[in-house]
Design a protein around this ligand. Structure first.
Ligand code: PBG
Length: 326
């Protein structure tokens, strides 16, 4: 009896394409966008190639280019000029959502990150206690729900809480429903780890934790990389609280989590290829140490889909047509 022959199905490009089990298409991709209040000129995000902090004007132009490149879904990060301790002001980000929806309407799907780290003086994702040594869960959830409502009112299709407070998905769902926004989706960063790979993002979003708070990092609210069962528990909880889309973040280093959770929890799964992971591939490509830039990113995207993601948040979405065709 002949042995198992696997190479026949690899012999030419057409056979290889026909026998593929996993495919990535541009309609699975979500493009992050940063928009910064008071910025005079768009500015490159360090290490991220052609990713920019946009002004309100340049944002509209960039989104239009991205849509012409086939991308229909964006994840918006608004960075307000005024930092506060409480009574956060949603107006800058809300105005950008409204401008996008006015210009592009239903052709554009706008998800908006809901967090406080770009709004607070200290850079933490929530409101600090009076002693400034702990993030107050209750006060933070209240503030986050208000922001989410303001974004829904401005026309966001989806709100995406990334703060990691307990109970925020349920609180946001209740608030949105009470105000008639039962069609606004919630994408929860349900399995978000305490990672060191958020570096370029924190420059772009001006959101690194700063002294003088008694808390030097986000370890008291984000998931410890050594505790995968926390990711399961928080994803199950967020699903029950009404999240429509669950997420694993970062991506490449957490493929085991994505595979495991997407098998266990029958919900649409997003994965976030975070700024540091993206920058690492860009650096490899810039140094000529990979066959091509596009092939490097494409291989990562295939891994995400293989592991169970139905959508990928990636800074390279705008290059997908070129990178996926290569
Ligand atoms: C805000 C937030 C972060 C990212 C998305 N939302 C940073 C953080 O938690 O410090 C990271 C995204 C990236 O690195 O691309 N809480």
């Amino acid at each position: 009896m002949a042995g198992l022959t696997l190479r026949r199905a690899r012999r030419d490009p057409i056979t290889r394409a026909l026998t593929r089990e996993v495919r990535v298409t541009v309609d699975q991709l979500i493009q992050p966008q940063f928009v910064v209040e008071g910025l005079k000129q768009r500015a490159e995000v360090p290490g991220m190639g052609d990713v920019y902090c946009e002004t309100p004007e340049s944002l509209l132009a960039q989104v239009e280019r991205d849509m012409n490149a086939g991308v229909k879904a964006m994840l918006l990060f608004g960075v307000p000029a005024q930092k506060r301790e409480r009574n956060f002001d949603a107006s800058f980000t809300a105005a950008q959502i409204a401008a996008l929806k006015r210009r592009f309407g239903a052709d554009l799907w706008v998800a908006v990150d809901v967090c406080l780290c770009s709004s607070t003086e200290h850079g933490h994702c929530g409101v600090l206690t009076a002693e400034r040594d702990h993030v107050d869960n209750h006060a933070s959830v209240e503030a986050l729900s208000e922001l989410a409502l303001a974004y829904a009112e401005a026309g966001a299709d989806c709100v995406a809480p990334s703060d990691m407070m307990d109970g925020r998905v349920g609180a946001i769902r209740t608030k949105l429903d009470a105000h008639g926004y039962e069609r606004t989706l919630i994408m929860s960063y349900s399995a978000k780890f305490h990672s060191v790979f958020y570096g370029p993002f924190r420059v772009a979003a001006d959101s690194a934790p700063k002294i003088p708070s008694g808390l030097k990092d986000r370890a008291t609210y984000q998931i410890d990389p050594s505790r995968p069962s926390d990711a399961l528990l928080s994803s199950e909880r967020d699903s029950l609280e009404g999240a429509d889309i669950l997420m694993v973040k970062p991506g490449l280093l957490y493929l085991d989590i994505l595979k495991d959770l997407s098998t266990r929890i029958a919900r649409p799964w997003a994965v976030y290829q975070v700024s540091g992971e993206y920058a690492a591939l860009e650096l490899l490509a810039a140094q000529g140490l990979t066959t091509s830039r596009g092939a490097a990113h494409r291989e990562a995207w295939i891994a995400f889909v293989r592991a169970g993601a139905s959508m990928i948040i990636t800074y390279g979405a705008r290059h997908a047509r070129e990178w996926l065709a290569a």
